[in-house]
Design a binder for this molecule. Sequence first.
Ligand SMILES: [Zn+2]
Length: 324
Amino acid sequence: MNAGNPKTLTEAVVRYADLDVCHAYMASLKWPDGCVKCPKCGGENVGIISTRRMFKCRNKECHKQFSAKVGTVFEDSPLGLDKWFVAVWCITNAKNGISSCELARALGVTQKSAWFMLHRVRLAMKRESFDKLTGEVESDETFIGGKAVNMSKSRRARHPAGTGFVGKEVVHGLIQRGDKAKGKASKVIATVVPNTKKKSLLPIIRTNVEPGTYLATDTAGAYSGLTEFIHETIDHAEAYVRGRCHTNGLENFWSLFKRSVNGTYVAIDAPHLFRYVDEQVFRFNERKTNDAGRFALVMPGVVGKRITYKQLIGAGPEGLRYDA
Ligand SMILES: [Zn+2]
């Protein structure tokens, strides 16, 4: 990062109002080695149409014109990179999340555009790979629901009235506890799961936690048989803490998540819940990073991912609705 990089939202708005700056930044993310490749034919003989901040393939059979947005979550968006960059800044740095209404007002776009932008940026916030969790790890689930989540039709069918699951979605979490002596902050992995059964939870634990790790859970039957870990259970009917056996780290994460869901968003459609979970996980795991650092972490995540408006609204239970 050089000295010209913004540190605050105000500085970001000023800096990224310059479309040439945005264009150069995008191109550097897209083609880190500086060698621009044609997305159609893969050719490297590419010219620049500087007046339009576009590239043009010089291959005679191709002649494809493209921008640095190609193959990123910004592709096909009519909104300029100036708006996109400020959106990424606002979304990644809003402490409790930002609603589509707030974002729409801040950027001067429609709420529908802002909603779409939020989901695209959430996709960029999703971290693709993690090292396996080690040290001391907690596993626990929470129910998100009631007014905050509009349940999908299929879910309603699976959990008819009276089963205790009505209007509730299950989110499973793992937290690797922080280590103050080593200056390491705690880290969360959270996943929306269909239910709290063994077959839904154990594969997630086995995929994400190093064998031999200390693992604290409650006494739920789903957690039995995790013999490859140093597994201790606490019966919440009796106590919440017994030495290092507790799930307080995750309780804290869940309460932050619920505060953000209830305080910021009017309603979340159940099929989109995982995107809000991803957003919260990013915010939590990068809580020690500063605003410029979070922005710089998310920006490379826009490359190589795409989601269309059709894909997004297709995920909704009633088709053409969009949540907060
Ligand atoms: Zn080409």
